[in-house]
Structure formats: structure tokens, C-alpha cells
Design a protein. Structure first.
Lengths: 784, 487
């Protein structure tokens, strides 16, 4: 063993970059200098081929014949495969069957892969794939959520959660309102499209580089389509250029097709989707049709509610069972519904199978109750914020419609603070005055809360593993089941490990997520990345620390309590040993410097048969106050200011968390405003690129955006250093923008009429709501 | 053969396919993978690179462009700067500020953003960089992770810092602004690329050469900025057999005043025409800020926007409203026609085989003339219009003496509203006349429904834009009428 370098830096007074500090993203310099590698940037292995697929042109049809001669003959084409050429399982449905990797006889959406091509260039593969002659026999197609609902055409059975006697409560309530809404879907638009590179191994196995949130699932499904034991396949994810849920299950078909072609040719195959193919072939956020029927007293307190949420799942179950579940779990958002029924439908359509997207159905469920809050306020002539505050969960009114008791009541205080810091009341009266004197431009304001349940609702996914290796110079490699998609998970885990040993974070490196280092991992999803993997990493550290402490205690003959780790040193009574020296000594004394770690979330359970349980370890809470200005001539609008207060518990990295909050808010705002997916009546997606599908651009960010973390709010649950999840909840803060738009439009009727405003609230939908409000106003002016 | 500088080194690549984009060349031939493909349609900015174009005075114009839709051949005689020029720490101030402000999350859009901001930094003027200039520089760069706030913060921070590269830095030219000697000599040469499979690219340097080429190959495709044409290659996977570049013909470039008209060469980019045109007709300024992105405006040309004959091109409606004249050139010589007569049908023009757009002649304003241009789209930045209204009014003592009302997005071609014009002409400029014009407008158009807007919305908005014009022409200074009035 070589000697340690002499220039080991002197120990600082305190180790740098521990949990709680705003350390930069571990790839920050690589990002800004273009040196961070994504799948398509990796050095190409010898003999590489490129893949493309032929897509179904029909929404629902039987394939009568398929002539692929022209495809095979195109210059550069090496292999063409169909469903018949799949050696193992054809179906790669992640939870339930329904997703053939290549269509077999029946096609169920426009864009569905029916055959795959490997060629010597990306261009040749794509051009060749267009040359197939496929004959179809058209079958009846169901395209919209309401068509499916009317036919009761579902991918999974409907579910109901009920508490008490909602029908009776509604019948007896002094006030009763009902309403409906269409909530649009959303394209993930990760800037890096789906991509995988599959390389055959010497054992006829496969090594897959994939841009996936779920490498273990990629590993399992690639093994299944190839008919191999799982250990013959390994998957690696260094980073993704954005995921947002779109690479939870949707990366697997891309990896499987690359692997099938690699297997067929015994050559490495890269499959990356062009932007239009990505938008056509892969699932999106579910659009929903929701209804409410709510009874309330004269103050606006909810007495009973009957809510229905129906998601458009597309052609297969994918994750839709859990997504609609989560919509049901969040149909109350932050409010006590009292006597309540929530029903959820999983509608089947002949469109691409919709999938996970930040919030996972929760946002769509919340939209119906936030819609109702505004409507109740207009009905009673009250400020919507008062109605929201009145109905918040609080001690005594603290059990959800599915029976989980809210144990940490963060929101009542959080809303008070945000109301004050955003100067809500003063701005409310200023805006009302402005609107009275401004005939064309109308301003609107809304403050909306978010309560979001943290844990996978599929209980078995709430587990994680990690591997911590300390090398003889004291540097540490950490591997864990979580994947890096920009959210800063790697640096947070490095901070956790650095904190465990009280050493500088620079000594800790998190390496690419690999299925052969940590097995059977869960997807990096459900906002759980740092909660789960941080705890698993901490467990590994604690095991190593236990051994090191025991060693120090016996080696230096001191009590274990007299061994402390601090400031890049190990202190043994009065003896201070630099970290690296200590590690080297431990190595020479044959002490284990490596350990795996494991975590399983405690406390959680849920029984779908009764619709009750405790599915979440805790809830994440936050709120946003947004101000908008609307042009009543065109429906154009701008967000002028947004204030956000967010409870991240004892944040592992405040600036990384604020980045998640800002980005999530803008993404949620985009979902509800400019991001419009347009399908033809026949089920063909018409918005297939950024020219027609408009995610927020720089001028859409509110010019005045103020984000703060709630202070002194450690998680009462035993999460990693008492932090709280931050990934998904901020997306739902975008609801404040939608509600503010409704508020601005409502000013036309002196806040008496609550305008319907389906989403995305494009200028066109806003103008329609303006026109409806003007008509209402004129009608009521005349009759008054 | 073409010749250019890549990050300070001379490149003379052989066998450049005329259809090959700069992005494809960088990523597949050079394996310089810092520049990313996000859409291959010029809409996301992940592929942003900087080109340096030597100007008349010896200066080099550094501009951010979309490498995904710019043909390689257009690089001839230029300097190309990619993110690979900035891989030595501590890097450019833009990079350190982006790190400092947590301006990158997933990092995929980041190289493009760094390129856009580096170009802005190179072009910043004494007196500081405004928030508007920063937003404009970033208008063509989509980020899906950050929500932009930290990127804007990093931009403000970086723009007040100096960048002093070491001598020999791959992008040193951007700091010292001197003409790089090897570029000066080769820039004006014409060249032809011929691929073995038959694809061809001509880059003439004179009008005379262009005429001859067009006579010889009347069905060749003309490429100026290529911001729309190249989508046929990257999105439809077509091969363009014969391209003739208009980029290097001085007669087709620039703006001159001639006989009470502003003459704008067909190959003049939006970037070049914005100053001279807005000086005469300030109403263009707000619209040009929203036409495409900065990257698009650095490449796209007026002639391309017109000859492309899209119903939703943003330049034709206001130019029709102004009564602009088109000068066409070709084998049969030069001819002029009113711009509005140029458009024959959806993507159909009155160009004859071999003909090309030479220039556009825009009248200068007379007393009592006013122009209003309103663009309506889903998103403020870099979006195609659902409706664009351009209204040219001569109001004298409260009476509309003349008016020309032109719209984009309302028909298969950019078109005037003759019924509405008739209803207004000779009438007092007031609510009553407006009502008559709005009624008449319904006879002028029956627009389509598509992904951008429904027919009903288009009609309603078209009328409301006319109403906005009345309000604007009678409003008090400083009165806010549009949401874009809020900065």
C-alpha cells in the first residue's frame, strides 16, 4: 500500500458541505461547460448501430399485413424485428400486463411501435422505418375521457373512498353547489429525450446505459424480453437530462428495443427518440374529467362532499391504478371534507398510455376541490382565501376521507405567514379598486395551499438500498438506488454521508446508479429520493461507524463514548487523528470499510378494499400567492408576482430545495396555462414539438418571485436529518396562478360569478371565460 | 470546400453534405457533444452555438444561433464557437455565475444557455445590460427544471463582470473583437458543394451569379437563414437536392432609404432590419421582439418570411398594411408588385420559376399616419401567432381618411379585411364606426381551427384587436392597455 500524500489539507474547524448547507450541484461545472455526459454523448462502442421503430398509424386496428421489404433493403439497415422475433416475454407492462414491446396483431394507439430497425446511422434507421407497408383493419376507437366514461371502458376497476353519509349531508346542507372541470394533460418535455445504449456482454447478456428513473425495472424488463435471468442484465444511469416522471416506466420500452436489436445483431445498439417520436410514443400526464357536489354552511364550512375523478389512462394500465388512487387521496387537498365520497375511474382510450408525471395524479385530484373553494367563495360573496382557511385540516378536524390522521398541522400557521408576507389583504383591496377603474385589463390574486402525501402508495416500493465504500485515502464512494435527473439527489446523499462521518463533502463521491451495486431498487419517484436513499446511505454509514468506533475503542483502549467523529478528524479522548490517517489505520487492522445499507419506510398501510388506511408517512405542505393581469380583449395574461412559502422540514440543502420549488412552480403553472396537448378526433397527437407545445419560456417566470422555506419546522417523523420531501409538491403551487386567473375574470361580475375555466387556461380559454362572465353580468344587470 | 474557424482552429472539412446541420456535424463527425439536440427544430435552444461573421468594417458580429437548423455550408468564412471553447476552469463569468446561482439542474439545456449568455456578454454595451435584454437573449432557450429565476439572476451578475481570456483562448476573438486574419481573405469567395449522390449547394457572392444559377436551375431551393426550410430535413427527413444560399450576396443585404421608401434586401436578417425599420415605424419593435427567438432573428430573413408564404408569418401583415412593394428578380429581369398580390394561396406565391425576392420597399410615414401591430399567441416568447393584426390608419381631424387592415392567421394567406376597411374609411374614428367595422369583419374572414386557436377565437380576437387600436389611439400616455405593458 502506498503512503498517503503529505499535502493532506489541514483539518478545517468544521467539515465543509454537511447536510443543511447549500452545496452546489455535484455536476455544476460539468453542466455549464458541456462536459456532463448524457446517453447520446457517450463514446460510441465499436460497431454501434442505431435504432428506430415503425409506428402504428391507427388508433385501434388489427394488423392485416406488414410488408417490411423496403425497410430491410434500405441502405445501412442491418436488422428488422417484429413481435415474433422477441425471444422472451413480449409484454413489458410495469405493474399489470398490457404493454407489448412491439405490437402483436392489434394496435391500440397512433404511434405504437410495430417493428424496430437497426441501421448504421440514426438517419438511415429513421428513414428506413418510414418505408413499411402496413395494412390495417380499423376497429372502433375511444379517444376522450368522457367517451370512455360513458362506455364505462376502464383499464382497471373503479374505486371509492367513503366516510360517513355524504348523500345525507348534501341533502341537508343549507348550501349546495356542483361543478365539473376538464384538467388537461402535460408532456414531460425533459430536454433530453428518451435514450438507451445496449451492449451485448460476453455471456449473451446485456449491459444497458439508460436515461431512466428506474434502472431496476429496465434491468428486469430487458431480462424478460430476452428470456434471461435478471443477473445477466445490468443497467446504469449516471444522469438524466430531466425526468419528471416521464422516465419512470417510459424508459423501459426504449431500453428493451435497443436490447432486442443488440441481441439480434450481437452489436451495440443505441436508441434515442427524436422529439416528435418521443412526444408521440411515450405517455404523458393524465388529463382528467372531475366533478364535485358539495354542501356547506353559511360560513362556507364544508359539511359533505361527493367528488369524482376520472383519468384518461390511454391504452394500458401502466401506473394508472396508483395515479388515480393518488388523485383520490388528494381530492381533499388540504381541507376537511366531513361526510365524503371520492370515486376514481381509470378510463381506457386508444391513445398512448399515460404515465407518471410530477405529482402523479395528485395535482389533478386537487384541482377539483380548489375549483370548489373558489365557487363557494363567490356563492357566499367571500374572499376565497377565507373559505380555504376555514376548511383547512386542524386539530379536531384532522382525519382524511381515507382515514389517515393528520399529525403535523403545518398549514394553518404557514398560510397566516404567507398571507402576511405577501401583503395579501392590502393587495386584495388595491386590486379590487384597480379592477373597478380598468375596463380592459383585470388583475387577479389567489393564495392556495398544498398538502401532499409522502410515500409510494404501493407499499413495497418504500424501500431502498445503498452501498458505502471508504478507500484507504479516506475518500468515499457511495452508490444508492436513486437516480440523478437534475434534482440534486447525488449531492444531498453525499452531504448525508459527509455528515455521518463529519468530513468534507468533497471526500464523498456518489457514483452512477447501477443494478449490480445496489439491487432491486425502487424508482426515483414520489418525491422519495432523498427520504429513502438518504436513510439507506445513513444506515450503511452507521454500520461502518459502529465497526470503526469499536476498533478505535479497543485499539486505543478507551470507552466507545470517548470516540467521536468531528471536523475531518477522529477524536479519541485527547488524541485527534486526521480522518485519512484513521482510515488507513483501520485498514491495516483489517476493519471493514464498506457496508450496504437498507431502509424500509415505517408506519404505512392502506387497504384498497375498505378505502382506508395510513398510506403516507407524513405530508409535505406549502402555499403560493400569485397575482396576474388579464387582457379581456384577447385573453392574454401575465403572472406579475408569486410568493411561496414551503415547508422542507430541516432542509438538507436549502438552495437546491429552492431550485426544486421554483422549477416545480413554473412547471405547474405551465401545465395549467400554456401547455396544451391537442389530439385529432381520431386520436392523433397534433402537438408534437416545441413549435406547437409551449412550455414556459423565460418571460413566463414571474418577474417578482419570492420563495422562502418555513423556518424551525423539522419533520416530526424520523426522516433523514428530519428533512421533508420537495420534488413534487411545488408543482401544485401552480394552482395559485389558475385560481388568480379565475379571480381576475370574476371581477367582471363584481366577484359574483365563478367563471368555469378548464385547463390549460390558454388565452383562448381565458377569453371564453371572460365572454361568459360578461354575458352573465349583462343578464343579471338587466334582470336586477 | 468550405473553410472556417472552430474554436480558434481552422477547419476545412471535405465532403460536406448540403443538408448537414452544424449540430449533426459537431456531434457525429467531430464528437463534440457539449452542444445538445433538444428538438432539432430551432425551438428549444439546447443546440445554441455562436457564429462570428466578419463585417464590412472588419468587426466580427458574434451571434447566438440554433445549430440544429443551420446548414454547415453557411459557416464558410465564419468563426464557430461552441461550449467546448469554455472547458477550462475558471471559465467565463457566465459559467461561474450560473454555478453560483444554481442555474443548472439537469444540465441538458445549460450549454445552450451559456452560449446565449456568452454572446450577450460579448455584445453588451457601456451602461449595463437591462433585464429586457437578458430576457431577449434567453427567449429561445427552454429550461424545464429551474423555472429560469436563477438563470436570470446569474445573467445579471455575469453581465457586470469582465472576461479576460488568456491569449490563445479558443474564443479569444469574442473578447478582443479584432478580425481574425485568416477569415478576411476567404469570406467573399463563392463556392459550390457537390455530393456524390447528387445533392448540391451553391453560395454565390453576386446578384449576377445568382441570376445565372437560377436560370440554370429554376427549381433549386433558396436558403437564406434556413430557419423554416431546414425543418424539411430535420423533421420530415427529406433531402433537399439543390440549395442556393443568399447569405453572401451584398445586393440582397441591408436597408437603404430611396425615394421615400425604405428598401430592405431580401436576405436581410430580422436582427439587421430591426433598427432601420423601427426608426420609421416603431410599432414593429414590440412585434419583432416576439418574432421567433433571438437565435431565429439572428438567422431568419425578411425575404424568407415572405417567400415562405406561410399564413402565419409575422412580417407580411404589417407590410401589407403599409402598402409595401415587392421587388422580384430573375431570368426575365426585375419586376415590382404590391406585396399583397404576391400571395396566391396556402404556401403559393406568384414567383415564376427561377425568380427570387430581391427586396421589399416600405413607404415612410406621412403626417397623420399611424401603424398598430398586435401579435396574439399562447406564449409570449418564441411562439407562432394565432392571430396577428396590423392596422395602418390615416386619421385626420377625427375622421379615417384611409385605412389598411391586414391579418395573419385568419386565412390561407396573409390578407386584408376589405369589408372592415370600407366600413371605416371616411367615417369618424369612434365606437360607432368600430361597431360597423366589427360587423363587416365577419364577412372578411372564415378562419380555420387548428392547434393554435379555434376559428371562433380568431374571429373574436381579430375584432378585439381593432377595438384595442381605437383604445390605443385615444388613450392617455402611460395608460396600460396590454399585459405586455407590465414589465
Amino acid at each position: 500500500m502506498r503512503k498517503l500524500p503529505l499535502n493532506t489539507p489541514a483539518p478545517a474547524h468544521s467539515a465543509r458541505g454537511l447536510a443543511g448547507h447549500s452545496v452546489k450541484h455535484d455536476s455544476a461545472w460539468k453542466h455549464v461547460s458541456g462536459q456532463a455526459r448524457y446517453i447520446d454523448d457517450m463514446p460510441t462502442p465499436e460497431g454501434i448501430l442505431h435504432a428506430a421503430v415503425g409506428q402504428s398509424e391507427q388508433a385501434h386496428a388489427r394488423i392485416v399485413s406488414m410488408d417490411l421489404d423496403a425497410v430491410r433493403q434500405y441502405p445501412g439497415v442491418i436488422a428488422v424485428i417484429t413481435a415474433k422475433d422477441v425471444p422472451g416475454h413480449l409484454d413489458i407492462g410495469p405493474v399489470f400486463p398490457g404493454d407489448p414491446v412491439l405490437a402483436d396483431n392489434i394496435v391500440e394507439y397512433i404511434g405504437q411501435p410495430v417493428f424496430a430497425v437497426a441501421a448504421t446511422s440514426h438517419e438511415a434507421a429513421r428513414k428506413a422505418a418510414k418505408l413499411a407497408k402496413v395494412e390495417y383493419e380499423a376497429l372502433d376507437a375511444v379517444v376522450t375521457v368522457t367517451q370512455a366514461l360513458n362506455k364505462e371502458f376502464f383499464v382497471r376497476p373503479s374505486q371509492t373512498q367513503q366516510r360517513g353519509q355524504p348523500d345525507q349531508a348534501l341533502a341537508q346542507a343549507p348550501n349546495r353547489l356542483s361543478g365539473e372541470q376538464f384538467v388537461g394533460g402535460q408532456e414531460h418535455f425533459y430536454l433530453e429525450g428518451q435514450a438507451s445504449l445496449a451492449e451485448p456482454t460476453e455471456d449473451r447478456g446485456m449491459f444497458v446505459h439508460t436515461s431512466s428513473q428506474h434502472p431496476s425495472e429496465v434491468q428486469k424488463l430487458v431480462a424478460e424480453v430476452l428470456g434471461l435471468p435478471i443477473h445477466e442484465v445490468h443497467a446504469e444511469v449516471r444522469r438524466m437530462g430531466g425526468g419528471f416522471g416521464g422516465k419512470e416506466t417510459q424508459a423501459a420500452p426504449v431500453a428493451c428495443i435497443a436490447a432486442l436489436l443488440a441481441n439480434a445483431t450481437n452489436r451495440p445498439v443505441k436508441y434515442r427518440l427524436s422529439r416528435p417520436d418521443d412526444m408521440i410514443q411515450t405517455g404523458k400526464r393524465h388529463d382528467f374529467y372531475n366533478t364535485y357536489d358539495i354542501g356547506f354552511d353559511d360560513d362556507g364550512l364544508i359539511l359533505g362532499a361527493d367528488l369524482m375523478v376520472a383519468g384518461r389512462c390511454g391504452n394500458s394500465p401502466d401506473l394508472s391504478d396508483a395515479i388515480v388512487d393518488r388523485a383520490m387521496f388528494h381530492a381533499d387537498n388540504a381541507y376537511y371534507l366531513d361526510q365524503a365520497r371520492v370515486t376514481g375511474h381509470r378510463c381506457k382510450t386508444h391513445t398512448v398510455s399515460n404515465t407518471a408525471f410530477r405529482g402523479f395524479g395528485g395535482p389533478q385530484g386537487m384541482m377539483i376541490i380548489e375549483h370548489a373553494m373558489d365557487d363557494i367563495a363567490r356563492h357566499l360573496g367571500r374572499d376565497p382565501l377565507d373559505i380555504r382557511k376555514l376548511n383547512l385540516y386542524r386539530p379536531g378536524r384532522d382525519t382524511t376521507h381515507y382515514g389517515q390522521t393528520i399529525e403535523q398541522h403545518v398549514l394553518p400557521e404557514l398560510l397566516e405567514k404567507l398571507e402576511a408576507s405577501s401583503d395579501y389583504r392590502k393587495r386584495r383591496s388595491d386590486i379590487t379598486a384597480f379592477n373597478q377603474s380598468s375596463p380592459i385589463l383585470k388583475r387577479g390574486l389567489a393564495l392556495t395551499p398544498v398538502k401532499f402525501g409522502i410515500s409510494f402508495t404501493a407499499k413495497h416500493l418504500n424501500q431502498a438500498g445503498a452501498l458505502v465504500n471508504i478507500y484507504t485515502d479516506g475518500s468515499i464512494d457511495v452508490n444508492h438506488g436513486g437516480t440523478e435527473m437534475g434534482q440534486g439527489l447525488y449531492i444531498k446523499i453525499a452531504q448525508v454521508v459527509a455528515s455521518a462521518f463529519q468530513i468534507d463533502v468533497e471526500r464523498v463521491k456518489v457514483s452512477a446508479t447501477r443494478t449490480d451495486k445496489v439491487p432491486n431498487t425502487s424508482p426515483t419517484a414520489a418525491s422519495s429520493g432523498s427520504d429513502l436513499n438518504g436513510m439507506a446511505a445513513l444506515d450503511a454509514c452507521e454500520k461502518i461507524l459502529g465497526g470503526l468506533t469499536e476498533f478505535a475503542s479497543s485499539h486505543w483502549s478507551v470507552a466507545p463514548e470517548d470516540v467521536t467523529f468531528a471536523n475531518n478528524q477522529v477524536q479519541i479522548n485527547d488524541l485527534k487523528i486526521p480522518w485519512a490517517t484513521f482510515i488507513q489505520t483501520a485498514y491495516m487492522n483489517r476493519i471493514p470499510l464498506s457496508s450496504s445499507g437498507f431502509y424500509a419506510t415505517p408506519k404505512i398501510h392502506y387497504d384498497p378494499k375498505t378505502g382506508t388506511g395510513h398510506p403516507f408517512l407524513y405530508y409535505s405542505n406549502c402555499a403560493a400567492c400569485s397575482e396576474v393581469v388579464v387582457d379581456t380583449l384577447t385573453g392574454e395574461y401575465r403572472v406579475l408576482r408569486t410568493d411561496i412559502l414551503f415547508d422542507a422540514g430541516r432542509s438538507l440543502n436549502p438552495e437546491i430545495d429552492i431550485g426544486q420549488i421554483e422549477g416545480g412552480f413554473v412547471q405547474g403553472m405551465g401545465w395549467l396555462t400554456t401547455e396544451e396537448l391537442v389530439y385529432s378526433d381520431g386520436g392523433k397527437l397534433l402537438t408534437t414539438g416545441p413549435a406547437t407545445y409551449k412550455i414556459p419560456a423565460v418571460s413566463d417566470c414571474p418577474p417578482d418571485l419570492r420563495v422562502a422555506l418555513l423556518e424551525n419546522s423539522p419533520n416530526r417523523e424520523a426522516t433523514v436529518f428530519h428533512s421533508k420531501a420537495v420534488g413534487e409538491p411545488p408543482l401544485m403551487l401552480g394552482i395559485a396562478v389558475w385560481s388568480a386567473l379565475r379571480d381576475a375574470i370574476s371581477s367582471i361580475t363584481n366577484y359574483q360569478f365563478s367563471p368555469p375555466l378548464d385547463t390549460p387556461a390558454t388565452p383562448e380559454r381565458v377569453l371564453a371565460a371572460v365572454t361568459a362572465s360578461q354575458a352573465w353580468h349583462n343578464q343579471h344587470k338587466e334582470t336586477a | 470546400m468550405i473553410e472556417f474557424l472552430l474554436n480558434g482552429q481552422i477547419e476545412k472539412p471535405d465532403h460536406i453534405d448540403p443538408n448537414l446541420s452544424i449540430l449533426e456535424w459537431l456531434r457525429t463527425k467531430m464528437r463534440l457533444t457539449g452542444t445538445k439536440e433538444g428538438c432539432a427544430s430551432g425551438d428549444c435552444g439546447a443546440c445554441t452555438v455562436i457564429t462570428g461573421t466578419p463585417g464590412e468594417s472588419g468587426d466580427i458580429l458574434y451571434q447566438a444561433i440554433n445549430s440544429c437548423i443551420t446548414p454547415m455550408a453557411s459557416l464558410h468564412g465564419k468563426e464557430l464557437v461552441t461550449i467546448e471553447a469554455f472547458q477550462q476552469e475558471p471559465g467565463h463569468p457566465v459559467q461561474s455565475c450560473m454555478v453560483e446561482q444554481h442555474g443548472a439542474q439537469c444540465g441538458f439545456c445549460t450549454p445552450g444557455i451559456v452560449m446565449s449568455l456568452t454572446a450577450l456578454h460579448a455584445n453588451r454595451k457601456e451602461g449595463g445590460t437591462s433585464n429586457d435584454q437578458i430576457l431577449e437573449a434567453l427567449s429561445g432557450n427552454l429550461c424545464r427544471c429551474t423555472g429560469y429565476r436563477p438563470i436570470v439572476a446569474a445573467s445579471h451578475q455575469a453581465m457586470v463582470e469582465e472576461w479576460q481570456p488568456e491569449p490563445g483562448h479558443p474564443a479569444a476573438g469574442m473578447a478582443n473583437r479584432a478580425t481574425t486574419a485568416p477569415l478576411a481573405g476567404i469570406h467573399r469567395n463563392s463556392f459550390t458543394l457537390n455530393m456524390p449522390e447528387g445533392s448540391r449547394y451553391d453560395a454565390p457572392v453576386s446578384l449576377h451569379e445568382l441570376r445565372a444559377l437560377r436560370r440554370e436551375a429554376p427549381y433549386s431551393r433558396l436558403v437564406a437563414g434556413g430557419t423554416d426550410l431546414m425543418l424539411e430535413v430535420t423533421q420530415q427527413l427529406n433531402t433537399l437536392d439543390h440549395l442556393i444560399s443568399l447569405e453572401r450576396i451584398p445586393e440582397l443585404q441591408g436597408c437603404v432609404l430611396d425615394d421615400n421608401e425604405l428598401v430592405i434586401g431580401a436576405a436581410t436578417t430580422y436582427h439587421q432590419l430591426r433598427g432601420p425599420l423601427c426608426e420609421l415605424w416603431p410599432a414593429f419593435d414590440a412585434m419583432l421582439e416576439r418574432l421567433g427567438s433571438l437565435q431565429i432573428r439572428n438567422r431568419g430573413t425578411l425575404g424568407g418570411n415572405i417567400a415562405n408564404a406561410s399564413p402565419i408569418g409575422d412580417m407580411p401583415p404589417p407590410l401589407i398594411a403599409l402598402g409595401a412593394t415587392l421587388v422580384l428578380d430573375g431570368p426575365e429581369g426585375e419586376r415590382k408588385l404590391p406585396l399583397e398580390e404576391f400571395f396566391q394561396g396556402y404556401k403559393q406565391t406568384s414567383l415564376q420559376p427561377g425568380e427570387f425576392v430581391h427586396s421589399v420597399r416600405v413607404p415612410v410615414p406621412e403626417v397623420n399616419e399611424a401603424l398598430y401591430i398586435y401579435k396574439v399567441s399562447k406564449r409570449l416568447d418564441d411562439d407562432i401567432s394565432a392571430v396577428l393584426g396590423a392596422f395602418h390608419l390615416t386619421v385626420d381631424n377625427g375622421v379615417v381618411r384611409a385605412c389598411r387592415l391586414a391579418f395573419g392567421g385568419m386565412a390561407a394567406i396573409p390578407a386584408r379585411a376589405p369589408h372592415a376597411e370600407a366600413a371605416l374609411t371616411g367615417q369618424p374614428w369612434n365606437e360607432e364606426s368600430l361597431q360597423a367595422a366589427l360587423t363587416a369583419l365577419a364577412d372578411d374572414f372564415s378562419p380555420l381551427s387548428d392547434v393554435r386557436a379555434s376559428s371562433g377565437y380568431r374571429l373574436q380576437v381579430a375584432g378585439n384587436l381593432l377595438r384595442r387600436t381605437l383604445l390605443a389611439s385615444t388613450s392617455l400616455p402611460g395608460e396600460q392597455l396590454m399585459v405586455t405593458d407590465y414589465a
